[in-house]
Design a protein around this ligand. Sequence first.
Ligand code: CP
Length: 324
Amino acid sequence: MKQFISVKDVADINSLVKKALDFKAAPFAHKTLGANKRIGLLFLNPSLRTRLSTQVASQNLGMEPIVFNVDKEGWALEFMEGAIMNGTTVEHIKDAAPILGNYFDILCIRTFPSLQDKSVDYSEHIIHQFIKYAGIPVVSLESATLHPLQSLTDIITIQESISQNAHLKNKKPKIVLTWAPHIKPIPQCVANSFSEWVNAWGEANFVITHPEGYALAEAYTKGATITHNQDEALKDADFVYVKNWSSYEDYGKVVCTDANWMLTNEKLAVSNNAKVMHCLPVRRNVELSDEILDGRNSLVTKEAANRVWAAQAVLSEILMATNK
Ligand code: CP
């Protein structure tokens, strides 16, 4: 693996999941793979899980992680080609990224979308410029449209849960991605990415449910059943992935705040005793009810814990490719 910015960088999802679960069983099995290597973790936006799990994963592989909160501690970066930099930006990505490429062996970036301009966000121009100018492997810690480390974690968590629950074995699981209410515009990244990975994995009956106006880009959802009827979608579900996202069509807008879309135990009664997932952070009793988050069907803590093994599997693949 030369980079990790989407599922397209993965040759075989199941073998990457196996690798992650092997690391979960033996975290230090390859503790010298990254010896004398340095990994830069650049954050243009906040994070708890991604930041810490990637640091732990890199240290388990013997790498030295260095975290740089670009948004708070760095010079304001310019990404526009030919920009006349007489405004607020201080340093062009063309100047900054090659230096990072010299300091580090792997560069990881978190960069959220503006939610102002769909074509700019969906061109992924920020992470692509880091790739273009840094000259070293780049790993997405969530970009404008995708969150692949989260989605890999989600597939790991689903597979792990299937292996631990007799009633889920020997059947194609029904996985439902449901929109949830939120008080502010949230990127489509997690929902796009989850859809892309579940479709690429190809081992589930995949249903997406959301209110009108929240259709995701077809590039990610093609192959899934899409419905505006949440109750119908939840019938016989084995896994329910809860997430808010802002409108893709009316880009970045909140076009519905209907609190009835929040998942409750009453709604889940029609499911197949579904396990409930969320990437976190979650706004309790807005996106997802206390009764579900604190209930026995919630996978959210296991899911967040699995972020380490997803990151470790990806970093080990990159190290093996670059150590050749
Ligand atoms: N799920 C996730 O990416 O969490 P953080 O934003 O805290 O990293």
